[in-house]
Design a protein around this ligand. Structure first.
Ligand code: GDP
Length: 424
């Protein structure tokens, strides 16, 4: 294994963080290449239990360099708070082990405010935003209306740029939403309180990555969310505002020429989804409650209860295709141990016709799942560490998933701890 991307195959929250934490042992550099602080990875290792939002999950390994690439929405305020929280748990975070791309754009205070204002305007048609400002941030980035982190190093340039942006943004804030305008005093304060704090971490991460590759170092690209939330390939408009796919990793990392040798797709043994949008396999009532409790399915960032349901072969196969995954980590198999019969969604019925192809987003609201059942295993598997020690019914379940999605399952995770893994 040389360079590798770890990506989500489903709607996010598949357990990518725990896989990155496990596999960083074999890598020298870990790069986050898209998204912002709007989702969370939960990582449990010998240093404790951590909820990461922006920090790459390689931050716990000594000697690993962690990078926030140019594709990331760098929210200096959230990042600084996260750095302080993780440091308070005894983890060293220094300009040696954390690098922020000077080409990453900065999420500004009004992005978060605009996110909330727009969700409030949408009322019952809201997208289910986490209100971290991600959609307004990426809209502005592509309109060329935000600042790059590297501008913090050139204060005269920065403040004149911020003044121009402020004038423009206040037109929207006051005119469209009737909100209070921002002032330069507020922005100066923000630069002092947060911008200055992240300045020591800034560098040309592209150069760093190119040198790492030249010197035979291994690079791990860490994605946020999953295939079905990808801006171009997901369940638009209920997607995130960036590309969650492995193909975006070279662009968003600062090293467009990067070669990715392996794409590890993380699949959850059942389905979960946070926020709004079509979710074909969704369960409600007692059944949902039981699965949610068994898997402790509450958002790491928001604490929101996640929507849950059985594994969806149609969506998962599509997710594998979109990511061009070469290997799969199936997580949370242990959570299904309480079920006598394990439900699987093998096909959809769309407009009266059965299909195993993932439909165009506008048709998803009509899609009904075709559910079949497999035998459960009826015992705790969280201590199992070898494939041959898994109960036969559990092995059959893993093999059925593998067959349905057409990709080898090389890792089976049976618990949140680093060592709760079966290699296959
Ligand atoms: P990510 O954003 O893809 O990293 O996923 P999250 O961290 O949001 O959600 C995954 C959750 O499942 C976390 O709380 C993990 O600690 C937990 N987890 C990961 N793998 C397993 C597993 O195999 N079994 C159990 N029971 N929990 C797991």
């Amino acid at each position: 294994m040389s360079n590798c991307a770890i990506v989500g195959i489903n709607w996010g929250d598949e357990g990518k963080g725990r896989m990155v934490d496990l596999l960083t042992e074999k890598f020298n550099v870990v790069v986050r290449y898209q998204g912002g602080g709007n989702a969370g990875h939960t990582v449990i290792n010998e240093k404790g239990k951590f909820a990461l939002h922006l920090l790459p999950s390689g931050i716990f390994r000594d000697g690993v360099i962690n990078i926030l690439g140019n594709g990331v929405a760098v929210d200096a305020e959230s990042l600084w708070n996260e750095i302080e929280a993780v440091r308070a748990q005894g983890v060293a975070i220094t300009p040696e082990n954390l690098k922020i791309s000077d080409r990453a754009s900065l999420l500004l205070p009004w992005h978060r405010e605009l996110d909330s204002l727009e969700e409030a305007r949408l009322a019952d048609k809201k997208y289910g935003s986490t209100k971290q400002g991600i959609a307004p941030f990426y809209s502005d980035k592509y309109q060329k209306k935000t600042v790059m982190a590297g501008e913090l190093l050139y204060p005269d340039h920065l403040f004149s740029h911020l003044a121009d942006l402020l004038e423009w943004k206040n037109l929207t804030l006051t005119g469209v939403y009737g909100a209070k305008p921002y002032t330069m005093e507020q922005m100066t304060e923000w630069v002092k309180n947060y911008g200055e704090k992240i300045k020591p971490f800034l560098c040309d991460t592209g150069e760093l990555l190119q040198n790492a590759q030249k010197n035979g170092k291994r690079i791990l690209f860490e994605a946020q969310l999953g295939s079905l939330r990808d801006l171009d390939y997901g369940i638009y408009p209920y997607t995130t505002s960036s590309n969650t796919t492995a193909a975006y990793a070279p662009i968003g990392s600062g090293f467009p020429g990067a070669r990715i040798d392996e794409v590890i797709g993380v699949v959850k043994a059942y389905s979960t989804c946070v926020g709004e949008g079509p979710f074909t396999c969704e369960w409600f009532g007692k059944e949902a409650e039981e699965l949610r409790e068994a898997g402790f399915e509450y958002g790491a960032k928001t604490g929101r209860p996640r929507r849950v349901g059985p594994i969806d072969f149609v969506a998962t196969r599509y997710g594998v295709e979109v990511q061009a995954a070469t290997n799969i980590a199936l997580t949370k198999l242990d959570v299904l141990s309480y079920m006598k019969k394990i439900p699987i969604c093998t096909r959809y019925i769309v407009n009266g016709k059965e299909t195993d192809r993932f439909p165009f987003p506008a048709l998803l609201a009509e899609a009904k799942p075709v559910i079949e059942y497999m035998d459960g295993w009826g015992c705790d598997i969280s201590k199992v560490r070898r494939w041959e020690d898994l109960p036969e019914a559990a092995r059959r379940y893993v093999e059925a998933v593998e067959k349905a999605i057409g990709c080898h399952i090389g890792y089976v995770s049976v618990g949140p701890e680093r060592e709760s893994i079966i290699l296959r």
